[in-house]
Design a protein around this ligand. Structure first.
Ligand SMILES: Cc1cc2nc3c(=O)[nH]c(=O)nc-3n(C[C@H](O)[C@H](O)[C@H](O)COP(=O)(O)OP(=O)(O)OC[C@H]3O[C@@H](n4cnc5c(N)ncnc54)[C@H](O)[C@@H]3O)c2cc1C
Length: 443
């Protein structure tokens, strides 16, 4: 069975969409936050969009219970200068936030070398600027979507705060913030009194902290709910969904054109295809000769129902000492930490969840007496990481195949920005905004 998502290409190309551009039939592979947001943007440009995903609903894999941070301020890639020196301790110390499962070593050798080669001062700074640009475009795009559509995803728009223990690395961090400020990331340095003005819940432990950095433009929310808001808007514009559908192969017609996609529900044909399968993108791209340098990096989160308790933070707070974060999400608190190279293993280890929770209870001791912490929900997901940090958002040697993948630890933060870039590339053949350099996101 061949599903003719694009039945008659010539007639499609003659039809004119909302911006005076030709209407195309487009298949977006992957209904995570990245694919769903791109699908919405493409539908908004007037295209006929079909989203294909193996899950029964959008946003069920890595976009399900991530940290919920929408933070251009977090644009510094993980391989900051000096990574090589710190790596041994980081990977093999059982208390470290970065862990390497020995079984993953063979699969990440070449990626790991590229990761290290990106840790020079110059490379790291260049990648950080590329991240800031796409994350800032994302926030700007999100804000403009919110002006025209009412979105509900347990969002906060009160900034984020990173608190630093005494003898921590606050001055080094502030120095990095000054560099980011040149590229538009605003920040304020707070003393103990100012921390408490913003977040009185830290009163029990305030003496632990030497100060904080506050990022007024950052936001937060539930990425899973946001993904479903994007698919709701896309559906309102006529987008179609093929859920519970496994993508088996992207089939080429020639060296420069894709003919169709083989799925568990038959072949699907369109004018253009957008690859947004998160950590699984490399598997589908490889047979086409496209080698995506993306590896899965596992992370954990814990979500605690608060049942009306209001004693927690009112905005996301990151504790730089414990490498722990707590993010208010409606009547829930999302917490997280940790990164692990474990190939495609998404098994949830309750011990990791307990460790995250225990760190948060050191910061918010009153929570234990007021909330049933045994009701916490553990989750794990795979960040699709590139070795440098910036995602891959670009055209390919195949004129009708586009890449929108590899967003690593910032997939939600960058989703609206990369959706705008990919929609421009598909619709206009070039990126219309000057605020990003598309060359930063090519393979
Ligand atoms: C613990 C943790 C915390 C994080 N915190 C944050 C944060 O605070 N802020 C932030 O911005 N980012 C955060 N991230 C990163 C962010 O969650 C990811 O970058 C983002 O979810 C990636 O989205 P995606 O759409 O590319 O991938 P996914 O959400 O994984 O979507 C890919 C989709 O492709 C589908 N798929 C895969 N293979 C196939 C196939 N063969 N056939 C059919 N369908 C297929 C999957 O079902 C899935 O729906 C975090 C990640 C983790 C793990």
């Amino acid at each position: 069975m061949i599903q003719e998502v694009a039945k008659d290409r010539s007639s499609c190309r003659q039809r004119v969409g909302v911006c005076g551009v030709s209407v195309m039939r487009i298949v977006v592979l992957g209904a995570g936050v990245v694919g769903s947001t791109a699908a919405y943007m493409l539908a908004r440009d007037g295209h006929e969009v079909t989203i294909v995903d193996r899950c029964d609903k959008p946003g069920m894999e890595t976009s399900f219970a991530n940290g919920g941070l929408m933070t251009p301020s977090d644009s510094s890639p993980w391989n900051s200068p000096g990574t090589i020196k710190r790596l041994g301790k980081m990977l093999f110390d059982s208390n470290s936030t970065l862990k390497l499962n020995p079984s993953a070593i063979p699969s990440i050798v070449s990626w790991g070398l590229k990761f290290l080669s990106n840790s020079t001062y110059e490379r790291h700074k260049t990648n950080m600027i590329s991240n800031i640009r796409i994350a800032s475009l994302s926030l700007e795009t999100l804000r403009s979507i919110r002006q025209t559509s009412s979105l509900h995803y347990d969002q906060t728009t009160r900034g984020t705060m990173r608190v630093f223990p005494r003898n921590g690395r606050m001055s080094e961090f502030v120095q990095m913030c000054r560099e980011m400020q040149e590229w538009g990331v605003k920040f304020d340095v707070l003393n103990q009194e100012q921390i408490l003005e913003k977040e009185p819940c830290l009163g029990d432990v305030i003496d632990r902290y030497t100060g904080a950095v506050f990022f007024p433009d950052d936001e937060s929310g539930d990425a899973h709910k946001f993904t479903n808001e994007m698919t709701r808007l896309a559906a309102g514009l006529g987008a179609k969904f093929m859920m519970n559908t496994n993508v088996l192969e992207i089939v080429r017609q020639s060296e420069s054109r894709i003919s169709h996609v083989k799925t568990s529900k038959g072949d699907v044909r369109a004018d253009a295809y957008v690859l947004s399968l998160g950590s699984y993108s490399p598997i589908l791209a490889r047979p086409l000769g496209i080698h995506l340098p993306i590896v899965p990096v596992k992370g954990y989160s814990v979500t605690l129902p608060l049942n009306g308790w209001k004693g927690g933070p009112t905005r996301p707070v990151m504790d730089d000492g414990y490498h722990a974060m707590m993010v208010p999400m409606g009547d829930r608190l999302r917490m997280g930490g940790k990164a692990e190279f474990a190939r495609y293993n998404t098994k949830i280890d309750p011990k990791e969840g307990r460790r995250v929770l225990d760190d948060i209870l050191k910061i918010l001791p009153s929570m234990a007496a007021n909330v049933d912490v045994d009701c916490a929900l553990n989750w794990s997901g795979l960040r699709p990481m590139t070795p440098g940090g910036p995602p891959i958002v670009s055209s390919t040697p195949y004129e009708n195949l586009f890449l929108n993948t590899g967003h690593g630890p910032l997939g939600w933060t960058m989703s609206c920005g990369s959706a705008k870039i990919i929609a421009d590339l598909v619709t206009h053949g070039r990126v219309l905004t000057n605020s990003v350099d598309p060359a930063d996101y090519v393979l």
